[in-house]
Design a binder for this molecule. Structure first.
Ligand code: FES
Ligand code: FE
Length: 417
């Protein structure tokens, strides 16, 4: 008997072995892509933008998520809102993806007009009894967490976004990301499945041999692995690394900067990890010389030696440093392609070529993104090969991938796959 697409995905999920990468079909099959959109991208919280994408009243930002689309805007009262990017008349997409500035939202098809708070105010030829109040734009669940915008397209959104908000509020407050500007944005289409993009981001096993630019400033995270599972050599390295993190974390926390690693992954609806990371070398920022890229520090920051607040999410990763932040969001385009969107944020009053040099600000992650894209394409090509078998994750350096893959399978199961 032929399997339904849902049964096929369920069978692949059942075949997943803990401690190993996923069965090939979960990376390559169109059915799995559709299921991922349905469950992860439509029913969970995903990071989509930053408040700085809509700095002024009337600024609009269209974001496509799979085949769905949302419109984020700042209304006339300065409130940031999100709506489904779908006209209430016959469903036309209201705005194209990307940035624009408008007075009212006007549907290009038959000119229905909406206020920026979503209220329908004009619907020509609909008759005198037409109920405008039943046809306002449909809001999308949205939360700004320290200036990073998360949405959930489903009406019922996972409630543990509150945990993320509570933990991140004090961590991000001094950086005031809501009052930054997007100094530069890049879009890169990786030739690989979105889960390979996420897995690649969740380990730095590959960094030393692939990221010479990043390694000037990057020191790997302090993972909470079980020392008994490590080889003698790895245990020694882990102990040195752990001691360095313990000392630095204690010092930061004594100075009032929350820094400790917090993981919220397996068994949770919203997947995240945060920790204040040590910056290597000159110790200030992820630049070619590890020195701050912008003279104007973010928010109320006065020190440059406060490391890098890293935050991983369901579809994102972020690095927030004293002088700038780099915000990454990813969107699956097909089973075989993933859009990686990167935004470099600086203080909103920082002036290019006066306060920062764009090349100095962006070159490390531009190079790193290109290198990662090549690695993801290589991994994805392998997953398509008949010779592919799920391989073992390192207990030392790839525990976070195991957590991510386990979380993914759990979330799919929880939604009937
Ligand atoms: Fe928008 Fe008709 S579909 S006005
Ligand atoms: Fe990488």
């Amino acid at each position: 008997m032929l399997q339904s697409p849902k049964d096929e995905v369920s069978a692949l999920l059942r075949a997943r072995q803990t401690g190993h990468s996923l069965p090939a079909g979960l990376y390559t099959r169109p059915e799995a892509y559709e299921a991922d959109l349905d469950v992860i991208f439509h029913r969970h919280w995903i990071a989509v933008a930053v408040e700085a994408d809509v700095p002024e009243e009337g600024d609009v930002y269209g974001v496509d998520i799979g085949r769905s689309s949302i419109v984020i805007l700042r209304d006339d009262a300065g409130t940031v809102r999100a709506f489904h990017n779908v006209c209430s008349h016959r469903g036309a997409k209201l705005v194209d993806a990307g940035h624009s500035t408008i007075g009212k939202l006007v549907c290009p098809y038959h000119q229905w007009i909406y206020e920026l708070d979503g209220e329908l105010i004009e619907a020509p030829h609909m008759g005198k009894d037409f109920r405008y109040d039943l046809h306002h734009l449909r809001p999308v669940n949205m939360r700004s967490i320290g200036g990073i915008l998360y949405v959930c397209l489903a009406d019922e959104a996972p409630s543990d976004i509150e945990t993320l908000a509570e933990i991140m509020a004090p961590r991000l407050a001094p950086y005031d990301l809501a009052n930054t500007k997007v100094a530069y944005e890049s879009e890169l289409v990786e030739e690989g499945n979105w889960k390979l993009t996420m897995e690649n981001n969740r380990e730095c096993y590959h960094c030393a041999s692939n990221h010479p630019e990043l390694c000037v400033s990057f020191i790997d995270l302090d993972f909470g692995f079980d020392p008994d599972q490590l080889s003698d050599e790895d245990r020694e390295e882990a102990a040195t690394h752990g001691k360095m993190y313990e000392e630095r974390t204690n010092a930061w926390e004594r100075d009032g900067y929350p820094s400790r690693a917090i993981e919220h992954t397996v068994g949770k609806e919203t997947n995240f990890r945060t920790q204040r990371l040590i910056i290597a070398g000159a110790g200030e920022s992820q630049t070619p010389d590890a020195l701050a890229a912008s003279k104007k520090l973010l928010g109320t920051m006065t020190r440059k030696d406060t490391g890098d607040i890293h935050l991983w999410g369901n579809n994102s990763w972020n690095h927030v440093m004293a002088d700038h932040a780099v915000i990454f969001t990813i969107f699956p385009l097909s089973a075989d392609q993933t859009l990686v969107r990167t935004k470099w944020l600086v203080h909103k009053d920082a002036v290019e070529s006066v306060d920062y040099d764009l090349e100095h600000l962006t070159s490390v992650w531009k190079a790193t993104n290109a290198q990662d894209a090549a690695l993801v394409a290589r991994a994805h090509a392998g997953a398509h090969s008949v010779g592919y078998r799920p391989g073992p994750y390192s207990k030392f350096t790839e525990g976070a991938l195991d957590d991510f893959s386990t979380w993914y399978v759990e979330r799919m199961n929880a939604h009937g796959y």
